[in-house]
Design a protein around this ligand. Structure first.
Ligand SMILES: [Zn+2]
Length: 316
């Protein structure tokens, strides 16, 4: 630790570190992006619970008053949904909101907030971080918890097509989300124009005049229609964020956090995810090097040395 940092109070040390970490994370992500230009093109977004390192008992005693002082005062109560055999319900702690690349399963942006934070408020900040890190996310796929008009606008404003399943709202019950109809039946999708913010639908028999109709994009009629194959295939990509949370939690073993306070929890998650990204980058480079210098034809590799010699370091 540099002397300059060591003299600061812990809270400020952490903040100074987080700036260094941010630039380090951005650099590793950029290198991964260069290795794979498709990295970050289709994103899956979700939140996952991080129970606090604190007494999780909500009540002081059975049927007693609710606990008012917790050993981690930054944490809060939140709700999690059921996962396989675990029941859903309340938990005390934090949530990590993340945007994961659906093609590589690697996280591109993440944000730790207290458990009471609502998922749908973090789609826009995550997409802004993704953009700031030099990625152009063409599509964004969260789950139904993000299905509100605001999130669609936030994605479109950032030039990313939202792929979100519909909640059963009154408009959906009325069937307002269905493709437009004409006297000849249900129109067929004929492409979208993001600059116009609308999708194009054709008369099934080409008899109508005009044959094409533009439908303005909104929650009920996104630019990638829910009926399309592309929408369905992108929605399947959402599994990537769940897989990644599962893996990260194993790496965060034991599942329980051992640090308290939101800044430390943030630092802890940054370090965990950075380690993961860096090891992926290292593996990609090792694979590329192995492909260039197969062991059988490279005498130094056969002796267990780097073909680049001791001075070679994995930068550049
Ligand atoms: Zn028609």
């Amino acid at each position: 630790m540099p002397e300059r940092l060591r003299r600061l109070p812990l809270r400020r040390q952490l903040r100074a570190y987080s700036d260094l970490l941010d630039s380090c994370i951005a650099r590793v992500l950029d290198r991964l992006h260069r290795e794979n230009p498709d990295f970050g093109r289709d994103l899956a977004i979700d939140a996952s619970d991080l129970p606090a390192c604190a007494n999780g008992q909500r009540y002081l005693s059975k049927n007693g008053p609710q606990r008012e002082r917790f050993s981690d005062p930054d944490a809060s109560w939140g709700h999690r949904s059921a996962v396989s055999t675990r029941k859903g319900g309340g938990f005390y702690g934090y949530k990590v909101h993340a945007a994961v690349c659906a093609r590589t399963d690697l996280p591109v942006a993440w944000q730790v907030e207290t458990a009471g934070s609502h998922e749908s408020n973090y789609a826009a900040p995550l997409l802004d971080t993704v953009k700031g890190r030099g990625f152009a996310a063409e599509t964004t796929t969260p789950d139904m918890g993000y299905d509100n008009e605001r999130v669609y606008g936030e994605c479109e404003d950032r030039d990313s097509r939202p792929i979100i399943p519909l909640r059963d709202t009154p408009g959906v019950k009325r069937g307002d989300h269905r493709p437009p109809e004409c006297d000849h039946g249900t129109s067929t999708f004929a492409g979208s124009d993001p600059s116009r913010g609308a999708s194009k639908w054709c008369c099934p028999t080409s008899v109508c005049e005009p044959e094409r109709r533009w439908v303005k994009a909104d929650r009920l009629h996104p630019l990638i229609p829910r009926e399309s194959k592309r929408w369905k295939s992108l929605y399947r990509g959402r599994a990537s964020v769940e897989r990644e949370f599962g893996r990260l939690k194993n790496e965060w073993a034991p599942l329980r956090l051992r640090v308290r306070g939101i800044e430390r929890v943030r630092l802890h998650s940054d370090l965990t995810i950075l380690a993961k990204l860096a090891s992926k980058l290292g593996k990609l480079r090792a694979d590329a090097q192995a492909a260039r210098f197969p062991v059988a034809t490279c005498p130094s590799a056969a002796r267990g040395q780097s073909p680049f010699g001791a001075a070679w370091s994995p930068s550049g």
